[in-house]
Every structure is written in structure tokens, then in C-alpha cells.
Design a protein around this ligand. Structure first.
Ligand code: HSE
Length: 400
């Protein structure tokens, strides 16, 4: 019998217990052995909960129980999750996590600790919720030089942008709705400022290159400045506005960023709406691949954690390796990247804008303002020009 401990009995942790309970027979058949949750670690009490007897507050009870081979870590944050994960791995207990903060900050160190102790550190649920992307990158895509990953990696902001687009709602209103539905936290900063997506693309970019991409070095812009007016123009131009996390690896030079971007209806991410995530991957041999599914939520994320636990159960006593060295990957200057830009200005600036950005396509929705898409140019060239334009209302990158 495989005995599992769950660290953190919150949304995802309780989902892990539910997945293991509800699908117990088929999971056991696939492992070739029974599986059960023996302990749940949480500082809170859950009086009356059906798993009350499994709850413990002292991690040592779990770490000193020789029956425990696998931990599912769903605590979030790094303060407790880091020492607890490290201690479990040092005891030879495999850890499966949904915690992108921990993976982005300590991934290579924890992978090394797992290796030294003949166990595994797996993190499928840390990116894209229920979407299988980490294991495909480590296995199915092993022959590939992955050239580009473009992802909608945050369900909360994708829900908000979809609502703004479809219903013309304001940013403030959709944020309140997202909070009421439990998608956005009371402090929504990690989602709306792009920090969550930034950690996720840092993890994917690290797997792309095999080196460590520091999430703090990735240029990150959130969705807080996007207005319903931007969506009116986007619609008129046949485009969607999405918070994209992009990592591009060209001839060994890596660029990465998180920013709201306009994409046309021919782009595979155009129809990724609501809380769904999409990850568009280009390999040098396999060409384009699209991964799509529930990027957040209790059961999809828990399913990904349990899929890792099943892999660990099938490979007890050995390490499921992942090439992610503790060697810094230097990011190239994103300002050399060429693209088009969408710009909205006061109507009085129309002539000035068209002479500065010669060759731009313009459009107006009313007499008050003018919007245009620039020709393709580097971010550096764009920055040099845009400072010479007064009364700029909005700038959004266009992703081809
Ligand atoms: N806050 C995250 C999101 C949760 O909305 O995508 C899943 O990582």
C-alpha cells in the first residue's frame, strides 16, 4: 500500500485527498498497488471534517513514519514549504507540488536534493493547473530544441480579460466579480500584476534551456492599465487582448517577458477564454503544439499533483530526473525584439503620431481619440519615439 501525506488542507490539498479517494480503484490499478492518504498536515483545525483523524500539526510525525514515501505539497509560499519540502526529500520521501513560488525560487536545489536521496521532486501542477506540460517537456519533447513558448498562464486574469472583452465591463467590476467567485485573492496583486505568470514562465524557460532563469529578471507588466476602450479598438481590429507569458530561445539567446498583448484571430491562443489556460509551444523538429485546459481550480490542479504522485509510486527508490541545472541563464535584452505596437492617443495627436510612426494603420472610434498599430520595430526604437508623443492613453504590444 502506498501511503501519502498531504501538506496543506486548502483548496488544492483537499482536492488531492478527493482525487485519491474518488478515483482510488483506477489509480490503484494503474500503480499496481493500493494508495491512501495517511496524514494531512495543517495548522488549522477542521472540526467535523471526514478526514479529521488524518490531520496532524507536527511535521515530524510524517517525516518519522517509514510508511510515508510520497508527499503532496499544496501549501503555497516558501516560508514553510521550503524547509518542509527539503526535510522530506532529505529523508528520501518524494515530493509532488503545485507550488510555483517554491519551484521558481528553489527548483534546482530541490531537484538536486531529491537526486542525492533517490527520490523525486515533481511539479506538474505548478504551471497551467491541470494541463500536462511539465512532463511532456521532460519526456515527449526531450528530442526538441524548444524555440518558443507563448502562454496564457494565469486563469484569474484570463477570466477578467474575457469578461471585459465580451461584456464591456470595467477592470474594477471584473476584479470584484473574480474575487466573489474565489478566482482572485482579496489581495489580487500576484495575478493582476503578472507575478504569478512570471514565475510560471520562469519555470518553463528553465526547462527549455536546462539552466536557471531567475523570475526576478523577467520583464513583467500586469493588466491593471487595460481599459474597456482598449477592447473596443481590439474588437474593431479583429484582435483579442491576453496576458501573455513569452519565452523565446533563438540561437542560445533567451528573451522572456509577461505583458498584455493583442493577438489576431489566427493565433491559437485567441480563443482561450475564461479561467482556461493555453500554452503554445514551438519545437525545432515537432513544430507547433498547443496545450489547453483548466489552468486553475481545485480538482484540475489536484489531478496534476496526483498524476505526479502516481509517477513517484511507480518509481519508488529512484529519481525521476529533470534537466534543470543550478546555472544562471542570462536573459538577452528584450528591447532588441521586433514587433508591432497598438497605441491610443488624444485625437489632436493624430498627425504627429502618423509622422512619428510612418506607415502605421490608424482607426478612430470617436472624435476624441485616435488609435493605430505601428509597423514592426524594436522595443528600443518604439520607446525612443513614443516619448515624443503627447497624451498617449494606451500602449499594448502586438504578438504575431
Ligand atoms: N492564481 C492562479 C491563476 C492559480 O489564477 O491562474 C493557479 O496557479
Amino acid at each position: 500500500m502506498i501511503k501519502v501525506a498531504v501538506f496543506g488542507y486548502g483548496t488544492v490539498g483537499s482536492g488531492v485527498v478527493q482525487v485519491i479517494d474518488d478515483n482510488n480503484k483506477l489509480i490503484s490499478d494503474r500503480i499496481g498497488d493500493g494508495i491512501e492518504v495517511k496524514y494531512i498536515l495543517d495548522i488549522k483545525d477542521f472540526p467535523g471534517d471526514k478526514n479529521e483523524k488524518k490531520l496532524v500539526k507536527d511535521i515530524d510525525i510524517i517525516l518519522n513514519d517509514p510508511e510515508i514515501n510520497i508527499v503532496c505539497e499544496t501549501m503555497g509560499g516558501t516560508r514553510f514549504a521550503y524547509p518542509y519540502t527539503k526535510s522530506a526529500l532529505e529523508k528520501g520521501i518524494s515530493v509532488c507540488t503545485s507550488n510555483k513560488e517554491l519551484v521558481a525560487a528553489y527548483g534546482p536545489e530541490l531537484l538536486e536534493t531529491a537526486k542525492k536521496n533517490n527520490c523525486s521532486y515533481l511539479f506538474e501542477a505548478s504551471v497551467g493547473g491541470g494541463i500536462p506540460i511539465i512532463r511532456p517537456m521532460n519526456t515527449s519533447l526531450a528530442p526538441e530544441n524548444i524555440e518558443k513558448i507563448t502562454g496564457i498562464l494565469n486563469g484569474t486574469t484570463n477570466y477578467m480579460l474575457t469578461k471585459m472583452s465580451k461584456e464591456g465591463s470595467s477592470y474594477e467590476d471584473v476584479l470584484k466579480e473574480a474575487q466573489a467567485l474565489g478566482y482572485a485573492e482579496l489581495n489580487p496583486e500576484a495575478d493582476v500584476e503578472g507575478f504569478d505568470a512570471c514565475r510560471k514562465i520562469a519555470i518553463l524557460a528553465s526547462l527549455m534551456t536546462g539552466k536557471t532563469v531567475n523570475f526576478e529578471e523577467i520583464y513583467t507588466e500586469g493588466i491593471t492599465k487595460i481599459t474597456s476602450k482598449d477592447f473596443e479598438y481590439a474588437k474593431k481590429m479583429g484582435k483579442a487582448i491576453k496576458l501573455l507569458a513569452i519565452a523565446e530561445n533563438k540561437d542560445g539567446e533567451l528573451t522572456a517577458m509577461v505583458a498584455p498583448c493583442m493577438i489576431g484571430d489566427e493565433h491559437p491562443l485567441y480563443n482561450v477564454n475564461g479561467v482556461f489556460n493555453g500554452i503554445f509551444v514551438t519545437g525545432n523538429m515537432v513544430d507547433d503544439l498547443m496545450f489547453y485546459g483548466s489552468g486553475a481550480g481545485k480538482l484540475p490542479t489536484a489531478s496534476a499533483v496526483v498524476s505526479d504522485a502516481i509517477e513517484c509510486a511507480r518509481n519508488l527508490g529512484r529519481t525521476l530526473d529533470c534537466v534543470w541545472k543550478d546555472e544562471k541563464m542570462t536573459l538577452s535584452d528584450r528591447k532588441d525584439k521586433e514587433r508591432e505596437f497598438f497605441v491610443r492617443v488624444d485625437a489632436a495627436q493624430k498627425d504627429n503620431a502618423l509622422s512619428l510612426f510612418e506607415g502605421s494603420d490608424g482607426v478612430s472610434l470617436d472624435d476624441n481619440e485616435f488609435a493605430f498599430i505601428t509597423p514592426k520595430m524594436s522595443e528600443r526604437a518604439f520607446d525612443d519615439k513614443i516619448v515624443r508623443l503627447d497624451k498617449v492613453k494606451s500602449v499594448i504590444r502586438v504578438e504575431a
